[in-house]
Design a protein around this ligand. Structure first.
Ligand SMILES: CC(C)(COP(=O)([O-])OP(=O)([O-])OC[C@H]1O[C@@H](n2cnc3c(N)ncnc32)[C@H](O)[C@@H]1OP(=O)([O-])[O-])[C@@H](O)C(=O)NCCC(=O)NCCSC(=O)C[C@@](C)(O)CC(=O)[O-]
Length: 379
C-alpha cells in the first residue's frame, strides 16, 4: 500500500451531508430530552464561508507585473458574486514578493470607491511585521470613515452601512525551514513579530486572521509535519488575539487521513472548529477530498482562488489553490450554501486566467462554460 494512501473508506458525499444532518439532529434531540419533533428541530446550519484568495495568493507568484487596473477589476468582479471575504493584497517587502508592491494602491482604491457587492464585504491584507501593519494603518488613517471596524461589523442588529471591513493577516509556518524561507526568521521570532502585529491590529479595531503554512507537508522538511506543533502555534496565535486560524496545505501534500489526524489533534488541544479555516492547494489533486474530511469534521470556512490561480513563491512546484468554482460546485452538491454565484465566478476564472496568460485550472469553471456554449446560453 502506498505510504499515504487513505486508510478510511471514502463514503458518498451526499451520505456525509445526510450523516451530518442526522448527527446534528441527534445532538439536538439529546439536549432537548430526546423527544424533539422534526418540526421543532432547528435546521442544520448548512452555510459555508468561502474566502477568495485569488487576488493575493493567486497572483503573488506571477513573474510578470500585473497592472493595478487588472487587479482592481478582478477584486470588483469577485465582490459582485456573493463572496464576502476577498484577500486583496499583502504589505510585505517588495524585494521578497514584487507582485504585491501595489497593495497600498489597492487598499486606497477600496476605501475611496464604492465597490458594489450584494453582501457586506471584508477585504484582507497580509502583514508579516509591524512595518507592514504601519503601512496599512497609514492608509486607513487617511480614510477613517470609509470602513467598518470590527466592533461595528460584529453588532448583530446594526443596519448594513455598505462600507467594507478590513482584516489583517499574519502568516506563520509549521516548520523551521519554511519559516526561514518565507519570513527570514525562525518560528519563535515570527510569533514575537506577529504578537506586535496582532496587538496593533486589534488596537485599530481590525479583525485578524493568522495563517499557518505547510501544516500537511513541507517542501523542505517533507511529509512528516508534527500536528502537535501546528496545534501549539495555533494556540499561541489565538491567545495573542487572532480571530481565525487558516491552516495552509501549502504544498498540496495533504491526504484525507492526515487532514483528519491534524483536525483531531487541534480538537484535542481545545481549538474550536469555528476558529479554523482550511486553505488547500490542489497540487496532488487531493484538495476536494481533504475539504470533504474537514467539512465532515465541522469546519465551515474554506479558502480558494478563482480559476485555481496561485502557487507560493517559497514552495517550489506548488500549484494553485483549490479553485473557487470547484469548491462552490462541490459544496452546493452536498446541499451546503455558499451564497456564491457559480456562473459568475466561472466567467471571472476564464477572464483572469486569459488576462495573465495562464490556463484556467478550474475543471468546474471550464465545464460550466462548456455547458453554456453547448446550450447556447446559461448552463
Ligand atoms: C518578513 C520579511 C519582510 C523579512 O525580510 P527581511 O529581509 O528579513 O526584513 P528586514 O526587516 O531586514 O527588511 C529588509 C527590507 O525590506 C523592507 N521591509 C521589511 N518589511 C517590510 C514590509 N512589511 N513592507 C515593505 N517593506 C518591508 C525593509 O524596510 C528593508 O528595506 P531596505 O532597507 O532594504 O530598503 C520578508 O521575509 C517578507 O516580506 N516575507 C514575505 C514573504 C511572502 O509574502 N510570502 C508569501 C505569503 S505567505 C503564503 O503565500 C502562504 C499562505 C498565506 O498563502 C498560506 C499557505 O498556502 O501556506
Amino acid at each position: 500500500m502506498a505510504r499515504f494512501a487513505p486508510t478510511i473508506p471514502l463514503r458518498s458525499l451526499r451520505c456525509i451531508h445526510a450523516r451530518s444532518i442526522r448527527r446534528f439532529a441527534t445532538a439536538t434531540d439529546a439536549a432537548a430530552g430526546g423527544t424533539t419533533s422534526s418540526a421543532s428541530r432547528p435546521s442544520f446550519d448548512n452555510r459555508v464561508k468561502i474566502v477568495e484568495v485569488g487576488p493575493r495568493d493567486g497572483l503573488q507568484n506571477e513573474k510578470k507585473a500585473i497592472p493595478l487596473a487588472t487587479k482592481i477589476d478582478l477584486i470588483q468582479r469577485l465582490a459582485k458574486t456573493g463572496l464576502s471575504t476577498i484577500e486583496a493584497g499583502a504589505f510585505v517587502s517588495p524585494k521578497w514578493v514584487p507582485q504585491m508592491d501595489n497593495s497600498s494602491e489597492i487598499l486606497e482604491y477600496i476605501l475611496e470607491h464604492d465597490m458594489a457587492a450584494p453582501v457586506p464585504m471584508t477585504y484582507s491584507f497580509l502583514a508579516p511585521n509591524i512595518k507592514g501593519l504601519n503601512n496599512a494603518n497609514a492608509i486607513l488613517a487617511k480614510h477613517p470613515a470609509a470602513f467598518e471596524t470590527e466592533s461595528m461589523r460584529s453588532k448583530q442588529d446594526a443596519t448594513p452601512s455598505g462600507k467594507p471591513a478590513l482584516e489583517i493577516a499574519v502568516f506563520a509556518a509549521a516548520t523551521e525551514a519554511f519559516s526561514q524561507k518565507n519570513l527570514n526568521c525562525d518560528i519563535a521570532t515570527s510569533l514575537q513579530r506577529f504578537q506586535e502585529v496582532i496587538q496593533g491590529a486589534k488596537g485599530a479595531n481590525l479583525r485578524v486572521r493568522a495563517y499557518i503554512s505547510v501544516v500537511l507537508g513541507c517542501p523542505f522538511e517533507g511529509y512528516e509535519v508534527n500536528p502537535h506543533k501546528v496545534a501549539e502555534i495555533a494556540t499561541d496565535l489565538l491567545e495573542m488575539g487572532a480571530d481565525e486560524i487558516s491552516l495552509g496545505d501549502t504544498t498540496g501534500m495533504g491526504t484525507a487521513p492526515r487532514t483528519k489526524e491534524l483536525l483531531n489533534c487541534l480538537k484535542s488541544a481545545g481549538i474550536r472548529n469555528e476558529d479554523i479555516a482550511m486553505h488547500f492547494h490542489d497540487t496532488y489533486g487531493q484538495a476536494l477530498v481533504n475539504t470533504a474530511v474537514a467539512l465532515e469534521h465541522g469546519i465551515r470556512t474554506f479558502d480558494s482562488s478563482v480559476g485555481g490561480l496561485g502557487g507560493c513563491p517559497y514552495s517550489p512546484g506548488a500549484t494553485g489553490n483549490v479553485a473557487t468554482e470547484n469548491v462552490v460546485y462541490f459544496m452546493e452538491s452536498l446541499g451546503m450554501d455558499t451564497g456564491v454565484d457559480l456562473d459568475a465566478v466561472s466567467d471571472i476564472g476564464q477572464w483572469i486566467t486569459h488576462e495573465i496568460g495562464k490556463p484556467n485550472e478550474s475543471s468546474v469553471g471550464k465545464a460550466v462554460l462548456g455547458a453554456r456554449t453547448r446550450t447556447g446560453g446559461k448552463a
